[in-house]
Write a protein that binds this ligand. Structure first.
Ligand SMILES: C[S@@+](CC[C@H](N)C(=O)[O-])C[C@H]1O[C@@H](n2cnc3c(N)ncnc32)[C@H](O)[C@@H]1O
Length: 412
């Protein structure tokens, strides 16, 4: 993926892994709306293997397992954030008290807390046993000592008359003011035509069944909510990043507000929905890391195929033309790799690869191919011999195995 930030991009994958490949201190604003700590099956939005696995991972234990799971994903986001950037984390009553304490205070420091925003809405069911739970909590934290807060960009109309605080209204130089008299007798003047900064309780309608922006999944957030966050906490041309972007609300609003965007989602369907949403509003967008099939891989251009394989190991392609003959790349731990775009990869390939890794004084290696010869004197037998007689550990990995690991998000 390289270390240059690819903006206006969506990456398919677990944000924990993808973020580690993004350049440090490269984004201005992060909004994270993770799956809530809920075992309700409707929390499964996209219904594919990736999301089911992510759902199961969070449910292997109780709430602290969820907190650990989320913390592992907020931590790398801190590294990606610029020193002048800030992060909004969207959660609800099930885990908000623990998220602030164990995740945000711990990673950012409690002194970097800016707001606990209450997003109040009123749709959905109501319990007859207690007050309806009709708000979500959005925590806002800064990374450094300064951050963006464009309060005028999000100002809302000031209520007038007794509805607000009962002062008399006057006009001076064509401008309207409301006068409040303090107990001391001192008069305070408030401009009425300028609007005011919204407080930390936001009443914004959730997505309605007739909403134009409605895509049809339950956790979609309203654009107005993201609009307020993005306008307030970033400037035009800034990079806005959502590591669990779902159907693309954050990227879409960021693009409409003339910001650059980056999104990640573990679900290929979510990435597809985001791609379509962004294309529909004319945004340039590239989606990386979408899964593929063995057939597509067989037909792929050889260099692209090699890249695809090496990327699965978060490795690097060998760019040296000589000296490293027989080595196509290295895994992220520096293990040499050879990539073969053929079936029935035989003993001769393993032999040559052994020579290449011996030359590099390495003891381990990986060969990836569509299949390997299993007959007597074939590739598998040579691997066994090399282990027994020379202590060389060579793994033969088929493209199908690699693809399955990729589909299950299960990497070494
Ligand atoms: C609550 S939804 C986000 C909804 C989004 N804000 C919107 O308005 O469409 C949470 C998303 O997190 C994704 N997700 C779950 N685990 C993930 C992970 N480990 N990495 C990246 N995305 C993940 C899910 O696929 C889901 O799309």
């Amino acid at each position: 993926m390289g270390k240059k930030l690819k903006t206006n991009s969506i990456f398919r994958g677990d944000c924990k892994d993808i973020m580690k490949q993004l350049p440090k201190e490269s984004v201005d604003l992060i909004y994270i709306d993770p799956p809530f700590f809920s075992n309700r099956i409707h929390e499964i939005i996209w219904g594919n293997g990736y999301e089911l696995k992510a759902f199961e991972d969070r449910w292997k234990g109780g709430i602290m397992n969820y907190i650990d799971w989320l913390k592992e994903r907020v931590e790398p986001s801190y590294d990606v954030l610029k020193e002048t950037g800030s992060l909004f984390l969207h959660c609800d009553w099930r885990a908000d008290y623990k998220i602030r304490n164990y995740i945000l205070d711990d990673i950012f420091g409690s002194e970097k807390f800016l707001n606990e925003i209450i997003w109040k809405y009123s749709v959905g069911g109501r319990s007859p046993k207690y007050f309806p739970r009709k708000h979500n909590t959005i925590f806002w934290y800064a990374k450094g000592k300064t951050w963006t807060f464009n309060k005028d960009a999000v100002s809302i109309p000031r209520k007038t008359g007794y509805e607000s605080f009962g002062g008399r209204i006057i006009e001076e130089d064509g401008k309207k003011y409301q006068i409040k008299v303090a107990k001391s007798g001192k008069e305070y003047k408030y401009r009425l035509d300028k609007g005011k900064t919204p407080e930390d309780v936001w009443e914004i309608q959730s997505i309605q069944s007739q909403s134009k922006e409605r895509l049809g999944y339950p956790t979609q957030k309203p654009e107005l909510l993201l609009e307020r966050i993005i306008k307030a906490a970033s400037n035009e041309k800034d990079v806005v990043f959502d590591p669990m972007c779902g159907g693309g609300t954050t990227p879409a609003v960021a693009y409409n507000l003339n910001r650059k965007f980056i999104g990640i989602d573990v679900s290929p369907i979510a990435c597809q929905v985001t791609k379509k949403r962004l294309e529909d509003i004319g945004a340039p967008i590239t989606v990386y890391n979408m899964p593929t099939t063995v057939k597509e891989l067989k037909e792929m251009d050889p260099y692209k195929f090699q890249d695809w394989v090496v990327e699965r190991y978060s490795g690097r392609v060998n760019t040296k033309k000589s000296g490293d003959k027989g080595i196509d790349g290295y895994t992220n731990d520096g293990v040499p790799m050879q990539v073969k775009r053929s079936y029935g990869v035989g003993r001769n390939v393993v032999d040559n690869f052994e020579t290449a890794i011996r030359r590099k004084r390495k003891k381990k290696g990986v060969i990836v191919g569509f299949s390997f010869t299993e007959t007597k004197g074939g590739a598998y037998e040579e691997v066994k011999r090399a282990k027994l007689e020379e202590g060389l550990e060579i793994k033969l990995v088929t493209v199908k195995e690699l693809l399955n690991k990729f589909l299950n998000n299960d990497f070494e």
